[in-house]
Design a protein around this ligand. Structure first.
Ligand SMILES: NC(=O)c1ccc[n+]([C@@H]2O[C@H](COP(=O)([O-])OP(=O)(O)OC[C@H]3O[C@@H](n4cnc5c(N)ncnc54)[C@H](O)[C@@H]3O)[C@@H](O)[C@H]2O)c1
Length: 250
């Protein structure tokens, strides 16, 4: 029980890495506020959970009012927040001349501004408590470039910069800030990206061919890394961009 009685906000908890992390955090004793824009996804994943320790909140992480509602809900119910896992994100594909301004702004809002909104809302509470842990989801593409991901990579490089900067700013407030850099992980988001190719079977083969281990990672493998970084075991770890990518960024 590495997270006994800890209160954790997990965004993007309706699917993939967020869903696996929310489930693991609860198994480790946490009470989780599971946040997602997609009510059906949240309902579906919570139907697989039997725990009363998960509270679903439908919210768009890029909207200030929604973020404030999530934080208020957590504080009203539990009176404190110990862990903020900023995980929700989208993957806009394409080279920069194929990305229009609307796609660019949307990716920046969901992948980066959301982290500003949540951190801005939660850090005063962490300071009041004298402790807190933030984990952000970046990507291995911010460590090693791949084709057709310019906008996405820009958002994830921003997440690494934000993580390091915040880690330094709040190190004496007993607030740790780290980020995950997952490689290619078998989640609904990856399945959608593969399905969008004219020949999905070939695309899947190509995606696997670029993996040094010859396979995708699983959401559960990323959740285990998330668990470590938010747990007291990682008490001396801050400001790190933690790659879990099967050797992709070597
Ligand atoms: N899957 C991968 O290969 C991979 C690799 C590196 C990084 N990542 C990152 O990991 C994170 C999770 O990815 P995943 O693969 O589990 O994705 P996913 O699409 O399977 O799940 C993401 C969840 O976030 C939710 N979401 C999207 N926009 C939202 C918004 N505005 N507000 C609230 N919720 C929103 C979606 O509804 C979905 O349930 C993302 O930040 C992604 O960029 C994924």
């Amino acid at each position: 029980m590495k997270l006994e009685e800890k209160i954790a906000i997990v965004t993007g908890a309706g699917a993939g890495i967020g869903a696996a992390s929310a489930a693991l955090f609860v198994r480790e004793g946490a009470k989780v506020i599971a946040v997602d824009i997609d009510p059906a996804a949240l309902a579906q994943t919570s139907a697989q959970r039997t725990s009363a320790d998960i509270l679903n909140v439908v919210a768009d992480v890029s909207k200030r009012n929604d973020v404030d509602l999530v934080v208020r809900t957590a504080l009203d119910k539990y009176g404190r927040i110990d862990i903020l896992f900023n995980n929700a994100g989208i993957v806009p594909p394409g080279k920069i001349d194929a990305i229009d301004e609307v796609q660019w702004d949307r990716a920046m809002a969901i992948n980066v501004k959301s982290m500003y909104l949540f951190c801005h809302a939660v850090i005063p509470q962490f300071k009041k408590q004298g402790s807190g842990v933030i984990l952000n989801t970046a990507s291995a593409t911010a460590l090693r470039a791949v084709v057709d991901r310019a906008c996405y990579t820009a958002t994830k490089a921003a997440v690494i910069g934000l993580t390091k900067s915040m880690a330094l700013d709040y190190v004496r407030d007993n607030i740790r800030v780290n980020c995950l850099c997952p490689g290619t992980i078998d989640t609904p988001s990856l399945a959608q990206r593969i399905a969008a190719f004219p020949d999905p079977a070939k695309a899947r083969k190509n995606f696997i061919a670029r993996q040094p281990m010859g396979r995708f990672g699983t959401a559960e493998e990323i959740a285990e890394a998330a668990l470590y970084l938010v747990s007291p075991e990682a008490g001396f770890v801050t400001g790190m961009a933690f790659a879990i990518d099967g050797g992709f960024s070597i």
